[in-house]
Design a protein around this ligand. Structure first.
Ligand SMILES: Nc1nc2c(ncn2[C@@H]2O[C@H](COP(=O)(O)OP(=O)(O)OP(=O)(O)O)[C@@H](O)[C@H]2O)c(=O)[nH]1
Ligand SMILES: [Mg+2]
Length: 196
């Protein structure tokens, strides 16, 4: 089971909330520096990815190299990946997307989710994190834009796979946990952590 997302989106915080594992989280982007693996059970490993994309204090070249490492890992382990959870920082999604658009680039989140869909043959689960930081209207509009940018007529609707959460307040974490549990169970894996 793999967690991906931009730097500082809250991947490690969500993993900590969901599993109770003592994973390192931090105020600044670039806390998780290497592909970190945690054994959940005999046959299930959880992978906490470093954030991908530009971040302060890290050169473009280094960020690019990290993204290549992440892509390499996902491609070479595609057969063994049971589930991917992509963590989106919904509180900054629109601003970040605008910034990239100005440079003629598309949202890295949309791109990554599209890459996962290609690798897995289905959309990953999406944790739309940090809902405590913005109001409902902004969450709704941001999610609509995300859905628009990622929609693909050949794949199941991504809207069904989005879980608005806050790793800070715990809101929505129960539903995300249940969704992860259901997917793992459907693929024959025992739940490695307690569900609500
Ligand atoms: N307000 C708020 N802050 C959050 C939430 N989730 C995480 N944070 C904060 O965001 C910061 C980054 O969290 P991490 O879990 O380290 O993020 P990450 O995605 O693992 O970051 P990298 O390892 O650097 O890629 C920390 O200061 C967290 O406390 C949330 O839901 N709401
Ligand atoms: Mg991290």
């Amino acid at each position: 089971m793999v967690f991906t997302g931009r730097p500082n989106s809250g991947k490690s915080s969500i993993i900590r909330e969901i599993t109770g594992l003592d994973v390192a989280t931090g105020k600044h982007p670039g806390t998780t520096r290497s592909i970190s693996k945690y054994s959940l059970s005999d046959d299930l490993v959880l992978v906490d990815m470093p954030g991908f994309g530009r971040m302060m204090g890290v050169s473009k070249r280094l960020a690019g190299r990290m993204l290549n490492r992440i892509i390499d890992f996902l491609e070479s382990n595609a057969q063994d990946i049971v589930l991917i959870v992509h963590v989106l920082d919904i509180s900054t999604f629109q601003e970040v997307t605008r910034r990239l658009e100005k440079k003629g680039l598309i949202s890295l989140d949309a791109e990554m989710v599209g890459f996962h869909a290609k690798t897995l043959g289905e959309f990953p689960l999406v944790a739309a994190n940090k809902i405590d930081k913005v109001d409902e209207k902004k969450i709704k509009v941001s999610l609509e834009e995300f859905v628009h940018l990622t929609s693909d007529e050949h794949l199941a609707n991504i809207s069904d796979r989005i879980y608005p959460v806050s790793a800070k307040t715990g809101e929505g974490i129960g539903s995300l946990k249940n969704a992860i549990h259901e997917r793992l169970a459907a693929k024959g894996y025992r739940t490695p952590f307690r569900t609500h």
